[in-house]
Design a protein around this ligand. Structure first.
Ligand code: NAD
Ligand code: DAU
Length: 353
């Protein structure tokens, strides 16, 4: 038995693969294009591990995917691969359509062809698990109930629209062709190996570099934060026991305004790595121009995955963010490694106004 993980060199995918091998010896074929966000260093702990088979390639390469599925007799595909950064989707949506929409379509077609040829018992137990986002549901007013799986899709950014499109394709491939799919829609993750273009690792990185901590608009936008290893455990649980064709919302029960997240990170840094001048890192907070179309609030109702599958997050935001800041302080070499020329170019272009 083998599983195929796509995007397994990215933030969540690499955490998933590492966690997988902590609990199982079942081999993983890891298909990743290694875009700017994919980093083989995330998987360094698996060097020489025969259970892990890394392949550099595109989910849109249907011939490659078909070959990997057949050669490794894959019993489940977990699709993490995506363009994932909202700001980049605003600056250049084409890559998001290419991977998240067309790539997902090609992947589904390759999987459908393979699955259709499997013997009856393997067809029945096969799973395609699609990893998606709460952003497909759009923005919530303050005080409105959290997103359930029945909430209408109202994506507002090129990123969320492209993820919504992929969710719809997955649904259609189940409804029309009977492909045994599962979809998870998760809130904001944070933790080790998070690329420092996203809020939390960016703030940690900039704080330590003595740079401004850029907060968009008034900083009162609300996100629901989930420690990445809790997301991984939820995905494993859905893969094992989720009902075919169903969608599961996954969240951390940790709604926070961005400015409060930034101040929490600053307070932990003040304690663990005080600034030389004794001032708080919070002095570096700088309010900058808002993200166009910025969604005001996301909140996840994770009641279904708890009721049906008994999953709950193990970490609170307080425990998870402390672990995360400590991880970044212990892995400054990892951050230096990913903050390559291409990364610096993006950051200097994006924050110039
Ligand atoms: P990421 O950007 O860190 O990693 C994406 C990975 O996919 C990278 O390794 C990249 O090289 C790879 N990739 C990109 N295009 C590819 C292609 N065409 N073929 C093969 N590989 C390709 O993203 P992430 O934060 O780890 O997110 C993983 C998934 O989880 C995405 O589908 C995202 O939409 C979803 N998600 C993310 C969050 C979050 O907070 N980060 C929350 C909910 C859902
Ligand atoms: O909700 C799930 C989504 O969470 C995932 O689907 C996305 O892949 C993931 O990137 C994340 O999207 P966000 O846009 O919420 O994450 P980001 O870290 O970019 O921003 C978090 C919040 O912080 C958001 O309200 C924008 C704000 N922000 C972000 C950056 C990068 C700032 O205020 N300043 C910044 O410099």
């Amino acid at each position: 038995m083998t599983i195929l993980v796509t995007g397994g060199a990215g933030f969540i995918g690499s955490n998933f693969v590492l966690d997988w091998f902590a609990a199982s010896d079942e081999p993983v074929v890891n298909l990743d294009k290694l875009t700017y966000a994919g980093n083989p260093a995330n998987l360094a702990a698996l060097e020489g591990d025969r259970r892990h088979h890394f392949v550099r390639g595109d989910i849109g390469d249907a011939a490659l995917v078909a070959r990997l599925l057949r050669e490794h007799r894959v019993r489940a595909v977990l699709n993490f691969a995506a363009e994932s950064h909202v700001d980049r989707s605003i600056a250049g949506p084409a890559a998001f359509i290419a991977t998240n929409v067309t790539g997902s379509f090609q992947l589904l077609e390759a999987v459908r062809g393979y699955w259709a040829e499997l013997p009856q018992d393997e067809r029945a137990s096969f799973r395609f698990l699609h990893v998606s986002t709460d952003e497909v549901y759009g923005s919530l007013d303050p005080g409105a109930p959290a997103f359930t799986e029945e909430h209408p899709y109202q994506p507002n950014s090129p990123y969320s629209a492209s993820k919504a499109a992929s969710d719809h394709l997955v649904r259609a491939w189940h409804h029309t062709y009977g492909l045994p799919v599962l979809t998870t829609n998760c809130s904001n993750n944070y933790g080790p190996f998070h690329f420092p273009e996203k809020l939390i690792p960016l703030v940690i990185h900039n704080a330590l570099e003595g740079k401004p901590l850029p907060v968009y608009g008034d900083g009162r936008q609300v996100r629901d934060w989930l420690y990445v290893r809790d997301h991984c455990s939820a995905i494993r649980r859905v893969l094992d026991a989720g009902r075919v064709g169903e969608t599961y919302n996954i969240g951390g029960c940790s709604e926070m305004a961005n400015i409060d997240v930034v101040h929490t990170v600053c307070a932990i840094l003040d304690e663990l790595r005080p600034r030389a001048d004794g001032a708080s890192y919070a002095a570096q907070v700088t309010f900058v121009k808002d993200r166009p179309g910025h969604d005001r609030r996301y909140a996840i109702d994770a009641g279904k995955v708890e009721r049906e599958l008994g999953w709950r997050p193990a970490e609170t935001f307080e425990s998870g963010i402390r672990k995360t800041v400590a991880w970044y302080l212990e892995h400054e070499d990892w951050v230096a490694n990913v903050t390559s020329g291409a990364y610096r170019e993006w950051v200097s272009g994006h924050y110039r106004e």
